[in-house]
Write a protein that binds this ligand. Structure first.
Ligand SMILES: *Cc1c(COP(=O)(O)O)cnc(C)c1O
Length: 429
């Protein structure tokens, strides 16, 4: 880590000219043009650092949605078969690209519902507590929705969350999680633990955890392992299949730029793809495609992730996802990661140049242990700093108790963005 920092100090420079030079050399810089960038009242682009909350709109999205509106107008119900992209199998048009982004096989992935709903549906199958083995491990800084979901599952099965919920916490005086501590929790209490449900990239600190190791730790004591990838998908390479986690779920409106409240995705590992005995909730959409419309057939569950669907899905939302996935398909995650490491590395370098003890980066400094986000801890939890950034058209977000989250997104943020942001931040401090 020490050597890495030295190398960075030698390569980066703290000047506008240098930032602009990096943009000129950036082979992905053309992508920014393909997005709508929000502007201030003078017509200047906002410095937008909240792609981790809501990704910006690709200019192509409108065309993709318009296509489905036109086909609906033209064909009515026949659009299920006659539309340019027939609606009946529409979700299948998303599967291959989505599988590549998360490092999965097509049979392991489906786009459906929203994230928290999918977590519940997956827990119906993969959280099967017994009287003695029923506890669930989450990160102490888990996203609130995940915590509520898990608590309600415990209660649903008749357990007291204050007993059934185990928190994996950073050590006293530290901000990040240590994998050895998870190892110890599972070693000591594994016989009572049914499930680990962990955020692959923590929403608060930006820490990217070792998913393969988490899966191995859980499986060593026969615990199921699920991953929330909300902050990972489109940001890092989670390599889900090889990580060998049992299941995962994510949303697509953050780094996948699919629009507010758009559908989520889920992953079920291939090893569970043909297990028809797994308990699950059902509807007509996880019934065998061939006989789905032969309405009087007994239920016959589909193999793979599609076997968790319930309803026929909203085409307009999937059209927006298709617009985004077609971009990811063209660019590839490897190229995005490469730029992302450089962009966030430059951002980190510039923040470290600010001589102030009022702020501290809590995100890991090793690029392999983070995505694009840097979480800046503010001394004395002074929220006015975030307010002042917003007044300067720098869009970041404040997360209680004391962190400003900033995510330079490789698809549309520039080296100049991070240079301008840190220059203004320095002025404010
Ligand atoms: C964004 C996010 C959610 C949001 O859940 P929805 O069901 O899409 O509203 C949940 N969990 C995590 C970790 C998130 O980052």
């Amino acid at each position: 880590m020490y050597n890495y920092k030295i190398k960075i100090l030698k390569t980066y420079q703290n000047t506008l000219q240098f930032a602009q030079q990096l943009d000129k050399e950036d082979t992905l810089s053309y992508l920014r043009e393909q997005f709508h960038i929000p502007k201030d009242k003078n017509g200047n682009d906002w410095l937008y650092f909240t792609g981790n909350s809501l990704g910006l709109q690709p200019k192509s999205t409108q065309k993709y949605i318009q296509q489905e509106l036109d086909d609906w107008a033209k064909y009515g119900v026949e659009g299920h078969f006659e539309a340019k992209n027939p609606w009946l199998p529409y979700h299948e048009f998303l599967t291959n690209s989505m599988a590549k982004i998360v490092g999965a096989k097509p049979i392991e992935v489906v786009v459906m519902n929203t994230l928290t709903t999918n977590l519940h549906l997956l827990m119906v199958s993969f959280y099967q507590p017994t009287k003695t083995k029923y506890k669930i491990v989450i990160e102490s800084d888990a996203f609130p929705s995940d915590r509520y979901a898990v608590e309600s599952q415990l209660k649903f099965h008749g357990f007291d969350p204050s007993e059934g919920l185990i928190e994996w916490k950073p050590r006293k005086g530290e901000d990040l999680l240590r994998i050895e501590d998870l190892e110890q929790i599972v070693e000591q209490q594994g016989d009572e633990i049914a499930l680990l449900l962990i955020g692959g990239v923590n929403y608060y600190t930006g820490q990217f955890l070792d998913l393969k190791r988490i899966a191995a730790i859980g499986h060593s004591k026969n615990c199921m392992v699920g991953i929330d990838l909300a902050h990972g998908v489109g940001n890092i390479n989670p390599d889900l299949h090889n990580a060998n986690v049992d299941f995962a779920a994510w949303c697509t409106y953050k780094y996948l730029n699919s629009g507010p409240g758009s559908l989520g995705g889920l992953f079920v590992h291939e090893k569970h793809a043909h297990n028809k005995d797994l308990p699950r909730f059902s509807g007509w959409w996880n019934h065998n495609k061939k006989t789905r419309f032969n309405m009087r057939m007994p239920f016959d569950v589909m193999a793979g992730a599609e076997g968790w669907q319930l309803s026929n899905p909203p085409i307009l939302s999937m059209a927006a996802i298709k617009a985004s996935l077609d971009m990811f398909e063209k660019i590839g995650m490897d190229a995005l990661r490469k730029k992302s490491e450089k962009l966030t590395g430059y951002f980190e370098y510039l923040l470290n140049q600010i001589d102030s003890d009022a702020i501290k980066i809590i995100t890991p400094s090793n690029p392999k242990e983070r995505g694009c986000q840097l979480s800046i801890q503010v001394k004395n939890a002074d929220k006015s700093l975030h307010t002042k950034l917003t007044e300067n058209n720098i869009i970041t977000d404040w997360r209680e108790p004391n962190v400003i989250r900033c995510a330079p997104v490789p698809m549309y943020n520039t080296f100049e963005d991070v240079y301008r942001m840190t220059t203004i931040l320095k002025g404010l401090l």
